[in-house]
Design a protein around this ligand. Structure first.
Ligand code: SF4
Ligand code: SF4
Length: 453
């Protein structure tokens, strides 16, 4: 795509980077076929190609930021367009920069601005989120009244708030959970922010599975939100502050011994941590440290696929529809590993039709754009339903929350793996326990903790 930036503008390294990205777009339009917002709305300005053109025009100064904002707000940051693009256009960094640019140049309407500030102030902070969920429970009966006011985002928040509280975690930070198997190494686990409130059992399953593979698991103090939530809402400085804290905490752990990896079990967070190197590229103090941390970051499935794991305790006829989160398949390109791990663990893996299309969760998207998100959710649930699976497995808490509550139970991939290798059966799958046939070991059938119970 042709650009017309002035020499003055090109002195800014971020404009230079944006120009390079825009110029790599050959305007072919292939990305439009896989863009969920374009599929739902049919407007070129809500397609990747249309957005790239709008961003270019905004940065060149021919289109006002307020004209671009609604179209970027409707972008899910799913990056399906990047997988489809034959020209390797780096839409992720272009759209991130455009969001910061818009937030810095134009104020939002007061109600919109207030709701976004509220989300940024609550979601990345577990103690605040716990309080907010409690308040949401009390306010739930009034959600229809709230939906009729200008605070429809608030109504969406109430609608999405989990009806059941998250349980207690088996492993809280700070501590190192030592393996009882032959020791292979030491890894740090990112416990996340919202996940540890909504479903702490996912982190527990991850710790047990890492221990099972022979790794001591470090749960450091002072590691919190990865920064993705504020970053995708245009809050780059806030995201950087969170990232700096995490980078420092992980580097501190390296003083106590080598770290083989930083394990992440929410693919949205994994995409963000793997991108710390880029986030701090122009920061002389953090550039090298951030790059090092990004190189250490691995999704749990990516890491487990590199390990030698013995045969599972049992085999089953349980049919698992694998939902590959956008951040997993498009953001990190981790595709075969989770599927293969599930097969190796004794499950039958089913491919969801239109698996490349987002489920509508997308961070805070289902709160901020509830109508489009609901359309995508129903489309995904119909695709899942067509397979008649026993359960859905995915690697991202946002998708798990979005797709839960329907007829098919939804769990994290690592919960199935943990179960297969001796951990407890995930709560939503208790009714499937009888379908696991235990494999004979050392001439005798060994029973899992669950089967014994
Ligand atoms: S990130 Fe997703 S929603 Fe946004 S332009 Fe790309 S494909 Fe469309
Ligand atoms: S597929 Fe890539 S090159 Fe083609 S229009 Fe979309 S972003 Fe541009």
């Amino acid at each position: 795509m042709e650009t017309n930036f002035t020499q003055e503008q090109l002195r800014d390294p971020r404009i230079r980077e944006a120009e390079e990205i825009v110029r790599s777009c050959i305007h072919c339009g292939l990305c439009t076929a896989t863009c969920p917002s374009y599929l739902m709305l049919g407007d070129e300005r809500d397609s990747p190609r249309g957005r790239i053109y709008l961003i270019k025009s905004m940065l060149e100064g021919t289109v006002a930021p307020k004209q671009v904002r609604p179209h970027l707000d409707r972008c899910l940051s799913c990056f399906s367009c990047m997988t489809t693009c034959p020209s390797g256009v780096d839409y992720m960094h272009l759209s991130d920069f455009a969001r910061q640019y818009i937030e810095a140049s134009e104020r939002r309407k007061p109600v919109d601005s207030l709701m976004r500030k509220l989300l940024r102030a609550i979601l990345p902070h577990p103690s605040r989120l716990r309080l907010a969920l409690l308040a949401a429970k009390l306010a739930l009966p009034f959600r229809r009244i709230v939906a009729r006011t200008r605070f429809r985002t608030l109504a969406a928040m109430l609608e999405l708030a989990p009806k059941k509280s998250g349980g207690h975690t088996q492993f809280s930070a700070p501590q190192t959970v030592k393996t009882r198997k032959a020791r292979r190494g030491r890894v740090a686990l990112l416990l996340g922010c919202a996940q540890k409130v909504l479903q702490p059992e996912i982190n527990d399953a991850t710790v047990r599975f890492l221990n099972h593979m022979g790794y001591d698991v470090v749960l450091p103090d002072n590691v919190g939100c990865c920064g993705a939530l504020p970053l995708h809402m245009g809050g780059e400085e806030e995201a950087k502050a969170m990232a700096r804290q995490n980078i420092d905490a992980w580097h501190l752990q390296r003083e106590h011994g080598p770290l083989d990896a930083i394990i992440i079990n929410a693919s949205g967070c994994g995409t963000a941590v793997k991108d710390y190197g880029h986030l701090f590229a122009h920061d002389p103090e953090y550039a090298a440290k951030a790059k090092y941390i990004s190189a250490l970051a691995k999704d749990i499935a990516e890491f487990a696929a590199e390990q030698r794991i013995e045969a599972p305790l049992g085999w089953s006829d349980i049919r698992v529809a694998y939902h590959s989160a956008c951040s997993m398949q498009h953001g990190q390109r981790v595709n075969d590993q989770p599927r293969q791990l599930l097969r190796n663990a004794g499950f039958t893996v089913l491919e969801i039709p239109e698996g490349h299309i987002c489920c509508g969760s997308a961070g805070t998207y289902n709160i901020l754009q509830p109508e489009i998100a609901e359309g995508l959710k129903q489309r995904k649930l119909a695709a899942i339903g067509s397979l008649k699976p026993d359960c859905v497995a995915g690697g991202n808490i946002g998708c798990i929350a979005q797709l839960s509550g329907g007829p098919v139970p939804v769990v994290h991939t690592v919960q199935l793996l943990d179960w297969a290798y001796g951990g407890p059966c995930p709560e939503p799958l208790k009714h499937l326990q009888k379908r696991v046939r235990l494999l004979p070991r050392d001439g005798q059938a060994k029973e899992t903790a669950d089967a014994a119970a």
